[in-house]
Design a protein around this ligand. Structure first.
Ligand code: NAD
Length: 432
């Protein structure tokens, strides 16, 4: 193995492996170091297994609503263990696909650290590179309260083959709500305790509020403004709300209170600056405070999404993806999605799914689409959706935002097929 590379990447998650494959396809000499399985959190402990389980949960929900269409269907059984095993098969298939992508990359299995040079040390060898990219991701943050060892995190939750009768989830963010949707569909009694005054505090407030109401209708108990103080050995969770102490009984507690960066050894000694939350500080080119060392993905704390990590890797390779227009999706039932671009002033228009023919015809009238625009120009700046196919609707508006389209153009120039949910975009744009 050579001791000098064009690029050395630490971490084979979506940021690391896609950047490695992209660099190798440009003819660069690339080394990729990974201590665990290919695919990182997204493939092994995050997006992919969660999406598999979410799809299984959606089947259950569909069966429960078949009667609305006169289809007499009864849920005979829903074997969660089978869904978990199916997820493992999907993960293996995707991992094999990634290995294929990395044919021209020198893969090294081991724990890498940053060392003098700067260089990368792994398995007792030292390697240098024109560019070193840290793409080591993040891990679940630890809940801070008494009895925290009684709770499991999302990694452990994904290893379960059976769901508990009663599940208490601490944290009403993306992970907490995705698991709440899955467990509730399988019949668990779910309570979500969220510290902030609304779930999904980083999301559009109208969409979060609407989602809370839909999840409530699915039987998920959501308590906002709840400060968890203790988890007892019997898995009951004590919290305070509006100055009063309360508690919720349960069989299992899942902690989903954010994520922390995974910083390779040697970073601080090498002079790589961290921000006050412990994430690696990067400039617009994703370079750290040490020349020649870059950080992409969760570890730099800019945006904890798989596609953001890959896009940041493309920046290091000299491409110009629009990081300012970053869509995000929450795979609850129904799903939520959002995209927006910074703007000095925005106005918005909201449209319920019930105003759309396809939504009514397909029994998907639970939903809300909100489009944001600049009042002076009508230029579209954002879209936030809760409801069926939210992610696909937001993808359409992402294209409109990156092309600086106006609401008028969306309403009058673009022809959306009828009857489709995408007509909601034109309907909303036409209503201003
Ligand atoms: P998050 O930041 O989305 O949500 C954590 C929630 O926990 C917040 O609402 C916070 O207010 C709450 N919280 C924190 N401490 C609490 C406490 N002591 N008691 C009660 N509530 C508390 O974090 P997450 O859900 O762990 O997700 C981590 C990251 O991973 C996010 O940035 C998310 O975007 C990303 N992610 C994305 C996807 C996706 O794109 N579909 C899926 C999973 C995770």
């Amino acid at each position: 193995m050579p001791s000098h590379y064009d690029i050395i990447i630490i971490g084979a998650g979506p940021g690391g492996y896609e950047t490695a494959a992209g660099a190798a396809s440009r003819g660069l000499k690339v080394m990729l170091v990974e201590r665990e399985a290919l695919g990182g959190t997204c493939l092994n402990h995050g997006c992919i297994p969660t999406k598999c389980l979410c799809s299984a949960a959606e089947k259950i929900v569909e069966i429960k609503h078949a009667g609305d269409f006169g289809v007499k269907a009864e849920l005979v059984s829903a074997d969660y263990a089978v869904a978990v095993r199916r997820a493992a098969d999907v993960m293996t298939e995707l991992r094999d696909g990634i290995a294929g992508l990395l044919d021209c990359v020198d893969m090294v299995t081991g724990e890498a650290s940053i060392t003098d040079g700067p260089a990368v040390a792994v398995n007792g060898e030292r390697y240098t590179a024109d560019k070193i990219i840290i793409a080591t991701g993040s891990k679940p943050a630890k809940l801070r309260c008494k009895g925290v060892e009684e709770a499991i995190d999302s990694n452990e939750f994904l290893k379960l083959e059976h769901l508990p009768g009663r599940l208490t989830i601490v944290g009403g963010g993306v992970i907490g709500l995705e698991f709440a949707s899955i467990a509730a569909a399988y019949g668990s009694e779910v309570t979500v305790l969220e510290y902030c005054t609304e779930i999904l505090p980083n999301f559009d407030a109208d969409i979060a509020k609407r989602l809370r109401s839909y999840l409530g209708r699915r039987g998920i108990e959501i308590v906002t403004g709840a400060e968890v103080t203790e988890i007892k050995a019997d898995k009951s969770v004590v919290y305070t709300r509006k100055g009063k102490e309360k508690s919720v009984d349960g069989d299992m507690v899942l902690s989903a209170v954010g994520r922390r960066p995974v910083i390779p050894n040697g970073c601080e000694a090498a002079g790589i600056a961290l921000d006050r939350r412990g994430f690696i500080v990067t400039d617009e080119a994703m370079q750290t405070s040490v020349a020649g060392i870059y950080a992409i993905g969760d570890v730099n704390g800019r945006c904890l999404l798989a596609h953001a990590a890959s896009a940041q890797g493309r920046i290091v390779l000299g491409e110009k993806p629009r990081l300012d227009i970053m869509p995000s999706v929450v795979f609850t039932i129904p799903e939520c999605a959002s995209v927006s671009k910074a703007s000095d002033s925005t106005a918005s228009v909201k449209l319920p799914y019930g105003a759309n023919g396809k939504a009514l015809a397909s029994g998907q009238a639970d939903g809300l689409l909100k489009i944001e625009y600049e009042p002076s120009t009508g230029i579209v700046t954002g879209c936030h959706v809760v409801g069926a196919h939210a992610a696909d609707l937001v993808a359409v508006v992402s294209v409109a935002i990156s092309s600086s389209m106006t609401m008028r153009q969306l309403a009058a120039e673009i022809i959306f097929a009828h009857p489709t949910l995408s007509e909601l975009i034109a309907q909303a744009a036409a209503s201003i």
